[in-house]
Write a protein that binds this ligand. Structure first.
Ligand SMILES: NC(=O)c1ccc[n+]([C@@H]2O[C@H](COP(=O)([O-])OP(=O)(O)OC[C@H]3O[C@@H](n4cnc5c(N)ncnc54)[C@H](OP(=O)(O)O)[C@@H]3O)[C@@H](O)[C@H]2O)c1
Length: 246
C-alpha cells in the first residue's frame, strides 16, 4: 500500500484502546484521523497534528454531522482504508457497579445507543465513498457483553453492542458489492478506564490466561486486520479475551 493511501478514521482516540490504536497506526506510517470529546490527550501521538483530530460529542447528531462536513472538506475525496468505530460509553451506578435494567432511564439508554450504535452508522454513511475508493473496511468494536450478561456492564451497553454486532453482519452483506468489508472485534477484559477496580479483582480469576488484556494487544489485532492478510475476512467478529468465553 502506498503511504498516501494509508488513512484511517478512528473514534475515541483520546484514551484506552483507541489511543493505543492511534499510536500503533502512526508508528506504522499511517495517517490517523480521530474523533473524541477531548481536545488532545497528554503524550498523544497526534498532539502536534490537531488538524487530524475532530473534537465532537458523538451523542450529538447535529454536531457530528457538522464535523462530518468538515471531514469531507478535509478529505477532499481521498480514499480512506479503514473506519474503526471504537468510541463507546458504559454507564455504571452510583457505586461504580453494573447499572441494572430498572435503574437505567430511557434517556440514558438513548444516550448510550447514540454513542455506541447510531454514531457508527452516521459516520459509516458519511465516508462510504472514501472507503469504496480504497477497497476499505469498517471495524466495529463490540464487546464480550454483546452475547452474555456481564457482571459489570449494564443492559443499555450490552444491547447497544449486540446491535452493533448485528449491524456488522448486515453491513458486511450490503457493502461487499462496494468492495468494503465489515468486521467486528469483541474485547473481553482490557485494562482501560472502562474497567472498575472491583471488576479487575473478580474477573481475573475467570480468564484462563489469568490476566486482563492490554490496549496495545487490541491495537495490534486492529492493525493486522488492516493488512492484506485479512483480505477475505468479512462479516465476522474476532474475540480478544484470553479465552474468557471458552
Ligand atoms: N476496556 C474493556 O475491557 C472493553 C471490553 C469490551 C469492549 N470494549 C470496547 O472497546 C472500546 C474502547 O473502550 P476503552 O476501554 O478504550 O474505553 P475508554 O478508555 O473509556 O475510552 C473511550 C473512548 O471513547 C471516547 N468517547 C466516549 N464517549 C464519547 C462521545 N460521546 N463522543 C466522542 N467520543 C467519546 C472517549 O473519548 P472522550 O472521553 O475524550 O470523548 C475515549 O477516547 C469501546 O467500544 C468499548 O465498548 C472495551
Amino acid at each position: 500500500m502506498k503511504e498516501k493511501d494509508k488513512i484511517i478514521i478512528l473514534t475515541g482516540g483520546s484514551r484506552g484502546i483507541g489511543h493505543a490504536t492511534s499510536k500503533k497506526f502512526w508508528d506504522d506510517g499511517w495517517t490517523v484521523i480521530t474523533f473524541s470529546r477531548s481536545e488532545v490527550a497528554p503524550k498523544c501521538p497526534w498532539s502536534n497534528n490537531k488538524q487530524f483530530h475532530f473534537q465532537v460529542d458523538l451523542e450529538d447528531e447535529i454536531s457530528l454531522n457538522k464535523k462530518l462536513r468538515d471531514l469531507s472538506e478535509f478529505l477532499n475525496g481521498r480514499p480512506v482504508k479503514a473506519l474503526i468505530n471504537n468510541a463507546a460509553i458504559s454507564p455504571k451506578d452510583k457505586k461504580n457497579e453494573r447499572l441494572s435494567f430498572n435503574d437505567t432511564s430511557l434517556e440514558l439508554w438513548r444516550k448510550v445507543f447514540n454513542v455506541n450504535f447510531f454514531a457508527p452508522i452516521i459516520i459509516s454513511k458519511a465516508i462510504v465513498n472514501n472507503l469504496k475508493s480504497a477497497n476499505g473496511m469498517i471495524i466495529n468494536v463490540t464487546s464480550i457483553a454483546s452475547d452474555n450478561v456481564h457482571q459489570f456492564a449494564g443492559p443499555a451497553y450490552a444491547t447497544s453492542k449486540a446491535a452493533l454486532k448485528s449491524l456488522t453482519r448486515e453491513m458486511a452483506s450490503d457493502l461487499a458489492k462496494d468492495n468494503i468489508r465489515v468486521n467486528a472485534i469483541a474485547p473481553g477484559e482490557i485494562e482501560t478506564s472502562m474497567v472498575t477496580p472491583s471488576s479487575k479483582k473478580l474477573l481475573t480469576e475467570k480468564i484462563p490466561m489469568k490476566r486482563f488484556g492490554t490496549p496495545d494487544e487490541v491495537a495490534g489485532v486492529i492493525l493486522s486486520m488492516c493488512s492484506e492478510t485479512f483480505s477475505y475476512v468479512n462479516g465476522t467478529e474476532i474475540q480478544i479475551n484470553g479465552g474468557q468465553t471458552v
